[in-house]
Design a protein around this ligand. Structure first.
Ligand code: C2E
Ligand code: CA
Ligand code: CA
Ligand code: CA
Length: 277
């Protein structure tokens, strides 16, 4: 028994060390990634579900790792959040988003990009001034950007987050609660926040044409949001059927693979031409 225990310990310990050194390497790589231009801004289009006209897009990060290839946010954003590197990623995304919107506006396309914020960003009282400085630098107004934050990221330090959000809203930046329905925030808290929109999590939207419970949750969320004076954005629209159903339920905006997958920022104008006809 003692031998078995020892063997188990060795295996476990080795696994743990591997894990930690992997993580450390990834952290070092991520620091370089920011400096060496390995990060990319992808855009996923957002449309008005009734008119099907384009409303803009969501900015989603991608990392082209020199050895591992294309990494999705779920493979490095949590790590960036734990280590604090997320602040640099947010700075990079906000600057890149301003650059892209300014480029498109020079071509006559008035697009808006939504940038995702994390819990740490919502703790950063300097963020609103940083955003003002960026908008000024790129000669943009507050219709250029909007910001998305999850319920859970708000709940990590609710009072501070409310203060940061208050400043952002006062500047006129549109704010949305992301992944609505998956977190633990209280409606009483959310109701006080100066946000314009709720984004229904894709886990409820994706199968709403096949799952009656999901359809009820989506319908109830739309009614509730409208009752509170908020717009509703549905994400995870994968079929014409779901898009049509959301329109019937009075949903305001939508995004999903059926409309357009996240794409390199340059391809967005091509998508736009095809979609708008
Ligand atoms: P999110 O903010 O909820 O973004 C939507 C995610 O759903 C994206 O995944 C998008 O590709 C995916 N999606 C959109 N439509 C569909 C669909 O029809 N079907 C399915 N199955 N999936 C769909 P992605 O790009 O992998 O991003 C994952 C998450 O990573 C995002 O979730 C967001 O929380 C986070 N993230 C991405 N970029 C950033 C960033 O720049 N900063 C921060 N803090 N987080 C980011
Ligand atoms: Ca989002
Ligand atoms: Ca979401
Ligand atoms: Ca999500």
């Amino acid at each position: 028994a003692a031998k078995a225990k020892q063997a188990t310990w060795i295996v476990y310990n080795t696994a743990l060390e591997l894990d930690q050194s992997d993580t450390l390497v990834l952290i070092a790589d991520l620091k370089q990634a920011i400096q060496q231009n390995q990060l990319l801004l992808y855009i996923q289009p957002k449309i008005d579900v009734t008119t099907r006209k384009t409303r803009g897009g969501e900015a989603l990060i991608r990392w082209v790792h020199p050895e591992k290839g294309m990494l999705l946010p779920d493979q490095f954003i949590p790590l960036a959040e734990q280590t604090g590197l997320i602040s640099e990623i947010t700075d990079w995304m906000l600057r890149r988003a301003c650059e892209v919107v300014a480029d498109y506006r020079r071509q006559g396309l008035r697009i808006n990009l939504a940038v995702n914020l994390s819990a740490r960003d919502l703790n950063n009282m300097a963020l609103p001034d940083q955003i003002v400085a960026l908008l000024t630098e790129y000669a943009l107004d507050t219709t250029a950007l909007s910001l998305e934050m999850t319920e859970d990221s708000l709940m990590q330090a609710p009072e501070r987050a409310a203060a940061v959000i208050g400043k952002l809203a006062a500047l006129g930046l549109p704010l949305a609660i992301d992944d609505f329905g998956t977190g633990y925030s209280s409606l009483a808290y959310l109701k006080q926040l100066p946000v314009q929109a709720l984004k229904i999590d894709r886990s409820f939207v994706m199968f709403m044409d096949k799952n009656a419970d999901h359809a009820s949750i989506v319908k109830a969320t739309i009614d509730l949001a409208h009752h509170l004076g908020l717009n509703v954005v549905a994400e995870g629209i994968e079929s014409e059927e779901v898009l049509a159903r959301l329109a019937r339920l009075g949903c305001d905006e939508g995004q999903g693979y059926f409309i357009g997958k996240p794409m390199p920022e340059k391809d967005f104008s091509i998508w736009l031409e095809r979609w708008e006809g």
